[in-house]
Design a protein around this ligand. Structure first.
Ligand code: URA
Length: 198
């Protein structure tokens, strides 16, 4: 099957995920599930946590305030959204942007793993602690459990299910919104990403 068909299959499954604790909240609010967006041949896949309100209204990842910061950071290293792929661990918006719960991670994360296995990126750039923790554990990295303040901007070589890959933990772009002093760290880490992308 073509990559596009495989991704469309994932989309259909997520749309019909009535067993999710977040499904009723989606329907009551007229929200949409947010599936990954971008190139299916991307060398780098960004993984965030869960959609915010604007994302759930539009069905597209990182289109709110965090998305604007992300776009600026991408532009600072000459990357555009067309050449990367962006997705989240959880595809439905949790109420009031609360952290995703364990059972939600368990339910949605297989969709993330399937997207990664389809795209097979050389670099997985995690946005925030949630995505970093999840992927370090998933791929049995010895750094699992370490703090993002220690690991951000450090390229971690891993054996993903689909082959060797580099995990690059990044702070979530939202941190630059509530703590401007963190922005230089994000900018420096994007330079690391640029070097990894060649
Ligand atoms: N924050 C995330 O982690 N993901 C989005 O899609 C938007 C904001």
């Amino acid at each position: 099957m073509e990559k596009r068909e495989l991704i469309d299959e994932i989309r259909t499954e997520i749309e019909g995920l009535t067993q999710s604790p977040l499904y009723a909240y989606r329907v009551e609010n007229g929200f949409q599930p947010v599936i990954g967006a971008g190139s299916l041949d991307a060398r780098v896949v960004f993984v965030g946590e869960a959609p915010g309100e604007r994302e759930a209204r539009t069905g597209r990842p990182f289109v709110g305030a965090s998305g604007r910061v992300l776009d600026e950071l991408l532009a600072s290293v000459g990357l555009s959204r067309d050449e990367i792929y962006i997705t989240n661990i959880v595809n439905d918006r949790p109420p009031n942007n609360r952290d995703p719960r364990r059972e939600e991670l368990a339910l949605y994360s297989p969709f993330l793993v399937r997207q990664l296995d389809i795209i097979r990126p050389a670099v997985i750039a995690t946005l925030g602690r949630f995505a970093m923790d999840f992927l370090l554990k998933l791929y049995d990295a010895p750094q699992a459990g370490e703090k993002i303040s220690r690991l951000h901007g450090r390229a971690i070589e891993m054996n993903a299910d689909y082959g060797p890959a580099v995990l690059l933990p990044l702070y979530h772009p939202a941190v630059a919104l509530y703590n401007a002093s963190q922005r230089p760290a994000l900018e420096a880490d994007f330079q690391v990403l640029k070097d990894l992308c060649g």
